[in-house]
Write a protein of this length. Structure first.
Length: 336
């Protein structure tokens, strides 16, 4: 654990802060050379090892991309500087990561309580079915019709718990395998054949719009922006979407018709057509972002309700089953 924390600390210590990168972007925008901008930054940050390392590497003729660390900011930056100027790359990466960070924060704030509640309910269910309930039934040693029915319900409860646990484990393992083996695109293509990829299309279109909007807002043409996104292999689903979009445009199809591509979310096409008619394509992208944000909020609310309902069912089942077992001795006494 200490080694891992030390590794993370060393990684961040060997990288520039976002504020320093933004300062560099401002200097480059004022037509300072990259080398001079880093040297100027080094004079004001004499104790910063990362700035010194990059300045030394640039003086030795090493490309900037090879001098960047593996922090999320610099990892993204090392990709964009292959296609765009450093100042634009910095601004694009900064805006893109801020958007993604806000999305994660919203998701965490909406679903974290429900996930904790679900895990606590599962823990309670395992404790009750594996330890408490068997011990109670063995200690009572009752052989009545009512105890038999309780044991039957208990066995059904165990089956439901085990099936649900297996399903969750299978989903997690399958998702992990797909991500680790980088098979997201194959899964999408398979589901797309049977028109079962609505959620994937929405996710891919939304991420594509986020990246495209960041590029367009910094003066990158739409064709160049699509080509850049197409090359971004870290987000393979979005890269695949950009690839298909680019291929449709290269085939000679009109821009408005290309937006009706089957890999795009249907709502994206209709909003973009409105934007093209009003000669404000960028606004249509922002409108799509806002619409998906709203849908995302509604979807999280539904998921939260489902998770809470499952948790309440678990807890209610535990309480009812325990109560029924405790009543068995009293019923036996009433029979005498």
């Amino acid at each position: 654990m200490n080694i891992r924390l030390k590794s993370l600390f060393d990684q961040h210590a060997s990288s520039l802060t976002e504020v320093q990168w933004l300062l560099l972007a401002k200097m480059i925008e004022r037509h300072y050379s990259i080398k001079y901008a880093f040297e100027t930054l080094a004079k004001g940050n004499e104790d910063n090892k990362a700035v010194k390392r990059i300045c030394s590497g640039l003086n030795e003729g090493i490309p900037l991309g090879q001098l960047l660390s593996e922090t999320p900011f610099e990892r993204e930056l090392s990709f964009y500087i292959n296609f765009l100027s450093l100042d634009k790359s910095i601004l694009i990466v900064n805006r893109q990561l801020k958007k993604e960070e806000n999305i994660l924060k919203r998701f965490a704030s909406k679903i974290s309580y429900q996930l904790v509640l679900l895990m606590a309910s599962f823990a309670l269910m395992f404790l009750f079915t594996d330890y408490v309930m068997p011990t109670m039934l063995r200690s009572l040693s009752l052989d009545t019709g009512r105890s038999s029915s309780i044991q039957f319900v208990f066995s059904i409860l165990l089956i439901c718990r085990n099936v649900l646990t297996v399903l969750i484990v299978m989903v997690v393992l399958t998702g992990g395998w797909v991500i680790l083996r980088k098979r997201e695109n194959y899964v999408w293509m398979f589901l797309h054949q049977y028109k079962m990829d609505k959620l994937i299309k929405t996710y891919a279109t939304y991420k594509f719009v986020l990246k495209l909007n960041c590029l367009l807002e910094n003066g990158i043409s739409i064709i160049d922006a699509i080509n850049v996104i197409r090359q971004q292999k870290r987000d393979r689903i979005v890269s695949l979407l950009a690839h298909h979009f680019n291929e449709v445009l290269l085939s000679g199809v009109g821009f408005d018709e290309s937006l009706d591509m089957s890999y795009f979310d249907d709502d994206f096409h209709s909003l973009c057509l409105l934007g093209l008619k009003s000669d404000d394509f960028n606004q249509s992208l922002r409108d799509y972002e806002e619409m998906i944000d709203f849908k995302f909020e509604q979807y999280l609310k539904k998921v939260s309700v489902v998770i809470q309902a499952i948790c309440y069912i678990f807890v209610a089942t535990v309480i009812v089953m325990g109560y029924q077992v405790l009543l068995l001795p009293l019923e036996m006494l009433e029979g005498f």
